[in-house]
Write a protein that binds this ligand. Sequence first.
Ligand code: UD1
Length: 419
Amino acid sequence: MSVWRIQGGYPLEGTMTIQGAKNAVLPVLAATVLTGCETELTNVPALRDVEASLNILRWLGCQVQRQGDVVRVDSRNAGRSDIPAALMREMRSSVIFLGAVLGRFGAASLSLPGGCELGPRPIDLHLAAMERLGARVECEDGEIRAAAPVLRGAVIGLPLPSVGATENAMIAACAAKGTTVITGAAREPEIVELQGFLRAMGADMDGAGTGTITVRGFEPRQRVGWRVMPDRIAAATVLCACACAGGDVELRGADPAHFVCVTDTLAAMGAEMTVKSRRVRIRCREELTGGQTIITRPYPGFPTDAQPLMMAASLKAAGRTVFVENIFSGRYRQAEQLRRLGADIRVAGRMASVTGVQTLRGARLRAEDLRGGASLIIAALGAEGESAVIDTAGHVERGYDGLDAALAALGAHIDRSEN
Ligand code: UD1
């Protein structure tokens, strides 16, 4: 359990460098097992989900070394195709190993993490994609078994642009004989990143970033080097923190093209934004104003992961800000906790409406999921007095590398302890 003690009311000032992207590195790590090769990844963030992925790779028989932000994976001697429940449970997105393990060994057996964090997270599209490639898939009592002596290229039509299903399909298609065309694909920057990495591994493919991805073949390479892209949601987190607490912050090493929706929304609320190719500066000297309607959609729409962050940024913005959450049904869990600070939030189904209040007051808060937990930290930075954000399950560490130290370096009065 970790406890974040935050003395709010101090503006954030200074410069910070953005960490490598969680949602980019996880599928890349899974893909390293697709062939027997040596991979060196740099800019790998120190996250619980990354550790969980490395433990899965070790279990599968890969040699894994980590030194600072460099991770080396040697998958030449990988030899197992099962992943036990204890390792799968550590990370909700561990299903991303399905395509890689099936592609390498012709079989995969993994269990699914139970429970739900953001509402139901079905994996039907992942399984259907494997079936389209010729795998026999059984799913019973939380166990998935997939087998395919040979995977064959196919047309995989996704009825909705699932990020994880697109990634699983891309990885498995690299191991298939013949051409695969994925239609209705997700277009997130992390998909473009995965395509870049798979190409570096030897894939002949294109289309990532559009709705149609074509995988033509694969000539495995023995050594692969890759630098992980910057984390657009970590960038959004710090921008929203500055919007809530006030101040003047410059983000370096970010790719602002990946979070235009977030910078545009903050600008519309009255934050002064300066956007350059690898830098973003936010200045919040005046009170922000609400009035925006923020609708989450697949990329390039407003990211669902930034919705709780933007909600925290809007708590003191004058007027009403409306949120419509289209991706995950259970994504307003932060609202009840934010109300303890004095926030005025009404939730009705997919919609939430925030009416700005002049003052938030410190309180004891409970982090219930990763981005929801980050939203409580943001709000506490903008609240008067002390808050304690209790994170019993360590949700925030799943996705942020040194967020407490980075915020403290910007002048936040923040202290995180492990109990
Ligand atoms: C990824 C991100 C997560 C982000 C989400 C949406 C990672 C590790 N996680 O999650 O941070 O919030 O994209 O941008 O990259 N769905 C189905 N059937 C499926 C798969 C998904 O119905 O087989 C539905 C989901 O319930 C959800 C929607 O599709 O409503 C989008 O989910 P998806 O894009 O798959 O999210 P993840 O890949 O799990």
